[in-house]
Design a protein around this ligand. Structure first.
Ligand code: 6PG
Length: 257
């Protein structure tokens, strides 16, 4: 059977898109439209969709907005891009934030929610467990990086993303899907750079003037990606940068109306 060049070329096309929105509400509205469209497209093409959630504060209103959608929740699988190594009911848990804002508000089948495990005493065991869960879900071979349909990311003011922090060993892990990151000595679980880059669509949601300096380095012609890890995110599929005006100030000469 010959591959469908149109589908393959579209699916493998690498596109970087940057949009500056007036504020966080603008980022939420735009990302909601984009996420819903890609989830519906994935379901139409493959019968199901896979969505990877980011932690932090920026995506929370997006999750609240997605809870108002009417989607075939039984065809949507939710994974995480990173997790603080705390219990699922801990205030810092990325799972807890998304579950309260969205997942518990709509009828997702429990099996469709794939939180990163934080029970094992050794985070490396948890990382291996999550890698196994991803491989089994996708029926992926040992050398393969399966493609999530959409990966949501935030970016810290140090240009970290997921739990890929500047100067950490996690940045160099390229033979695993999931690894152990660390922030100020505290362990975290994170998808690896190649796992994120395998996605069909990656969306950064970035707001706030405190991100200006980091963004300028991420978009600079030359900068050390181990110091500005978001530079490592170069998916073969779409890469969306959804920025508010405050965050974008450092990289775009905004024309005041
Ligand atoms: C986390 C996130 C982290 C976050 C950035 C930006 O676990 O905290 O995954 O990578 O996306 O720190 O956070 P804000 O959106 O709160 O600025």
């Amino acid at each position: 059977m010959t591959a469908n060049p149109t589908v393959n070329s579209v699916e493998s096309l690498r596109v970087q898109l940057l949009e500056v929105l007036p504020d966080v509400a603008g980022i939420v509205r735009r990302s909601q439209i984009l996420v819903v469209a890609r989830v519906q497209e994935a379901i139409a093409r493959r019968g199901y969709a896979t969505l990877v959630l980011a932690g932090g504060s920026t995506p929370k209103p997006l999750y609240e907005a997605l809870a108002t959608e009417s989607l075939p929740w039984d065809k949507i699988h939710i994974f995480w891009g990173d997790e603080r190594y705390v219990p699922a009911d801990h205030p810092d848990s990325n799972y807890r934030m998304a579950n309260l804002a969205w997942l518990s508000q709509v009828p997702f089948p429990a099996d469709n929610i794939h939180p990163m495990p934080t029970e094992p005493s050794d985070p490396a065991i948890a990382a291996a467990q999550y890698e196994t869960e991803i491989r089994q879900f996708f029926q992926a071979q040992s050398e393969e990086f399966p493609a999530f349909d959409v990966v949501l990311l935030g970016m810290g003011d140090d240009a970290h993303t997921a739990s890929l922090f500047p100067g950490t060993a996690a940045l160099a892990v390229c033979d695993r899907l999931v690894t152990v990151g660390e922030k100020s000595g505290q362990p975290r679980l994170t998808l690896t750079v190649p796992m994120i880059n395998a996605a069909r669509s990656v969306m950064f949601l970035i707001a706030g003037a405190n991100k200006q300096t980091a963004l300028a380095q991420v978009f600079a012609a030359e900068a050390d990606p181990t110091q500005y890890p978001s530079r490592f995110i170069q998916p073969t599929g779409e890469l969306w940068w959804l920025l508010d005006q405050s965050a974008a100030q450092g990289i775009i000469e905004l024309k005041t109306e």
